[in-house]
Write a protein that binds this ligand. Structure first.
Ligand SMILES: Nc1ncnc2c1ncn2[C@@H]1O[C@H](COP(=O)(O)OP(=O)(O)O)[C@@H](O)[C@H]1O
Ligand SMILES: O=C(CO)[C@@H](O)[C@H](O)COP(=O)(O)O
Length: 491
């Protein structure tokens, strides 16, 4: 039997097939473009996701026994707004999770409607990346497009719709819209009224491991699959990556180093932190989770290596950075796309601070890795302040390919970083959801405990942890000192 996991990432679609023992049989990845048409904007064409998905699926299935495929499920970049008209055509490019154009709409939601109402209806506050402020932006700035909207959906739901013909979503991804009542796992009618959207424009809500329908028969024929393959809805990439990292028990913690960087803990019950600065969302196992997000994690490294240094040779740059001593006074702030946790500030920007004549490229590469780790520590500190004790975390995402980055993170957070038998977090988690939806396991937890184990652990180095502790204290002072300046510069 084969189970397929499809991850609609920001840089590419990753597709894997696992067998009933949880072993990866084959994986493929297909890139697609992202466009930044104006400062603060970030968009992709949903058709590109679909095209590359089909190219990838054909390649994946090419030399597999297609009759053995039993179920397909998804993980997707969260919060992106996909809008379809009455003919199911996309109305405009999807506005993505890292788009920061909605500062005005967030101010309206948080300050005019009011934080206490928004938080009591949804469990969260308005952040520029979330879907609700994007809906308001569309209404205000593209009224003709807003009028044409018949369906509003999230990235992976567009793919699930294309594959099943059913308009559905799941609780974990829907949590990131800011129009789900997270605690009660239903759409917030109060928020829908604020947005001017009706429930009929929104998808049916399922748990991540639930079956949407069988695959559409014409698509099954095109791909050479049986027409009883189950389409399982899947979830938002962070919750699904957590499933792929077995972060499904209360208090367990994972760290994702994808385009964004995320610290994630799994909880049995719904709760919010004191300042509502973490995302309080539904988990893909039917329970809840908390997470904080730094917007440009591996995106910072990609920008530094590919856009600034203009090479694809990560290995050389990372080897060089390993040779550089920790420099107490060189800092990088990873705010290339503004920042979410903990600052919730679309105006802050990426910055190097503390350079002098002795510094070389290697110090700057190291500063990029450290700056992302410090930003992740900002979330980690909030989680610790809530009394959640964390002594180890599992790591996933493209950035986790760097041994040096994993070491720096272990030292900066002062925790053991565990590597697992799979680094394909979101796609692997999606394949696990497919097994549960198909009925191979009763629960997500059962599947995780059968399939996932730790293969390597990186313990923090006590000396480096102490150095980084002091350096982190300095890092924390830079944002408050530059906040107003960034606001003025952006104006
Ligand atoms: N060898 C490497 N070391 C560190 N980071 C890497 C390496 N190779 C790729 N990356 C980073 O991985 C990122 C892609 O990770 P991925 O988890 O696939 O992201 P996403 O799901 O957002 O598309 C790229 O931004 C790139 O910077
Ligand atoms: O906005 C969030 C989570 O709240 C991001 O994590 C996106 O879901 C995209 O993730 P990656 O492409 O970085 O995996």
């Amino acid at each position: 039997m084969y189970f397929v996991g499809i991850d609609i990432g920001t840089t590419s679609v990753k597709i894997i097939a696992i067998n009933e023992n949880g072993e990866i049989v084959k994986s493929v990845s297909k890139e697609y473009p992202i466009s930044f048409p104006k400062p603060l904007w970030s968009e992709q064409n949903p058709e590109d996701w679909w095209e590359q998905c089909i190219v990838g699926l054909n390649e994946l299935l090419d030399d597999l026994d297609k009759s053995k495929v039993k179920a397909i499920s998804f993980s997707g970049q969260m919060h992106g707004m996909v809008t379809l008209d009455e003919n199911d055509k996309t109305i405009r490019p999807a506005i993505l999770w890292n788009d920061q154009r909605t500062e005005k709409e967030c101010e309206y939601l948080n300050n005019v409607v009011g934080q206490s109402k928004i938080s009591s209806w949804t469990g969260n506050l308005a952040l520029p990346g979330f879907t609700a402020p994007k809906v308001l932006w569309l209404k205000e700035n593209e009224p003709e497009n807003f009028k044409a909207v018949k369906k509003i959906m999230l990235p992976k739901d567009y793919i699930a719709y294309k594959m099943s013909g059913i308009f559905a979503t799941d609780m974990s991804d829907a949590s990131g819209t800011l129009y789900l009542d997270v605690k009660n796992r239903k759409w917030s009618l109060e928020m829908l009224e604020v947005l001017g959207v009706s429930e009929s424009q929104l998808p049916k809500l399922l748990e991540s491991y639930e079956v949407v329908a069988n695959i559409k028969s014409d698509l099954a024929a095109e791909l050479g699959l049986r027409d009883d393959v189950k389409i399982v809805i899947g979830g938002g990439d962070q919750a699904v990556a957590a499933v792929g990292g077995a972060v499904v028990k209360p208090g367990s913690c994972s760290l994702s180093l994808g385009t964004s960087g995320v610290v994630f803990t799994s909880n049995e019950q719904f709760f919010v932190d004191e300042n509502n600065s973490l995302h309080s969302f539904c988990h893909a196992n039917g329970k809840y989770h908390l997470m904080g997000v730094t917007l440009a994690a591996a995106a910072s490294l990609k920008w530094w290596i590919e856009t600034i240094i203009k090479t694809e040779n990560y290995e050389e740059l990372l080897k060089e950075a390993k040779e550089a001593e920790v420099d107490d006074n060189v800092f990088y702030l990873p705010y290339l796309m503004g920042e979410r946790t903990p600052h919730n500030d679309p105006n802050c920007r990426g910055t190097f601070i503390g350079l002098n004549m002795i510094h070389e490229r290697k110090h700057m590469t190291r500063a990029v890795l450290e700056g992302v780790a410090f930003s992740l520590r900002d979330t980690f500190e909030i989680i610790k302040e809530m009394g959640i004790a964390i002594d180890s975390i599992s790591i996933n995402g493209g950035g986790a390919r760097s041994e040096l980055w994993c070491e720096i993170i272990a030292d900066v957070l002062n925790v053991t970083v565990n590597k697992l038998n799979t680094n394909d977090g979101p796609a692997y988690g999606a394949a696990i959801l497919a097994t549960v939806g198909f009925g191979l396991f009763n629960t997500v937890e059962e599947a995780c405990s059968k399939y996932i184990n730790i293969t390597d652990s990186i313990a923090p180095n006590a000396k480096n942890a102490e150095i980084y502790n002091k350096k982190y204290d300095k890092f924390r002072k830079i944002y408050p000192a530059t906040k107003e300046l960034f606001k003025q510069l952006n104006n």
